[in-house]
Design a protein around this ligand. Sequence first.
Ligand code: TRP
Length: 448
Amino acid sequence: MKQPRETFSTRFGIITAVTGSVIGLGNIWKFPYLLGQHGGSAFLIVYILFIVVLGLPVMLAELAIGRMGHSNAVHSFHNIAPDTRWKVVGALGVLAAFIILSFYTTVAGWTLEYMVNSFTIGSDGSPLSDPSAFFNEFIKNPVRPVLWQLLFVAITGAIVIWGVKRGIEKASKVLMPLLLLLIVVLCARVLTLPKGLEGLFFLCKPDFSKINAVTCLYAMGHAFFSLSLGLGVMITYGSYIGKSERINRIAGHVVLSDTIFSVLSALLILGAAFAFGVQPDAGPSLVFVTLPNTFNSMPGGAFFSLLFFLLLAIAALTSTISLLEVVVAYAQERFRITRRNATLVACLGSLVLGIPSTLSFGGLKGVRLLGRNLFEFFDVISSNIMLPLGALLVVIFVGWLQSSKNLKAEITNSYTLKARYFPALHFVLRYITPGLILIILISGILAL
Ligand code: TRP
């Protein structure tokens, strides 16, 4: 029983689904703390450079592979290059999707706990009246974070199960405009606090002494993480894009939106940190400690806290949807099972690593790999090693193994669109992108 493959039904649907995937915890939770830890705007400058020379070409390459191969992350390679081993790249991606889902749903679960607790802000005995103590106790708890994680995975599954049009596209069309509204309201509120603009000044004072091989590795890893590249999300989503759409424009819009969203989030979170007089170098706890501190001392704090954690939860949800979809699309087509069963298996599978990752702040704290707990280990290994490696293989595949004619035909919709930039793109894709990834990957790993 072979059903025709689904495609997104409208251009708005494509853009919201793809931006939904890229905009996530990476922008709001991870980017600001990486900035705070790695030299502020010096990191921002390196990051933006990588977005242009690494992110954009890889985004286009993945979308092209997906639309050309017209299948999931693994099978698209097979359709384009049958009887080769390139499928392995897709398989690596499916594995990376599981790993990212594991720690991603841990943090996504935390956002739900914080949403619920937001209601009490400002009242006597609110659990969030001492955010630092609350955070440290909460993440150690063996039950609550796991329950929230289960709920989050269940919500993701409940959307993915409905498929591309009725599940992913429909949810993204509602959630993404809401996300935009929330970030604008919150930015306006925080930036007008006394000292709220100090975040902006911090971003204007680059500290280049903090840039070294490890910083570059983090900036590159984060560029891929934030743009959802290197594990086949864009291959999978690309396969749902109709032949008449312009994938070059989609790539451009998405990369630009993601970067703008990251900068807005950085202004929001750094602004909140400075308004309260704390340095933004706290690491992963930054948004969970600093922000509630700010909300506690702000009129209407409960309301803005609720909006903020809702923002985080929604951003996370449209991203976990895309991660789960990589696995579901593969499982469904590879094992010829129904979408329902594929979703169930993928959700349960994601918890095999996900629950230990959540518990790695409490009961499993003693399990350490490379000097890190499981959560941090999964994060570092996937973002800084697996994604760059996946992206490297993708550009080698597209730049060296495919004829430039094939690529140009895909990007220009069979030569019906002009692409004067193509020779430059092809040059970057063939030489600059793989060379740079390789250098940073090797020097970064050696210095890690
Ligand atoms: N880009 C998302 C974020 O910034 C996370 C994400 C979704 C992701 N899908 C991905 C990261 C695929 C890497 C690969 O939060």
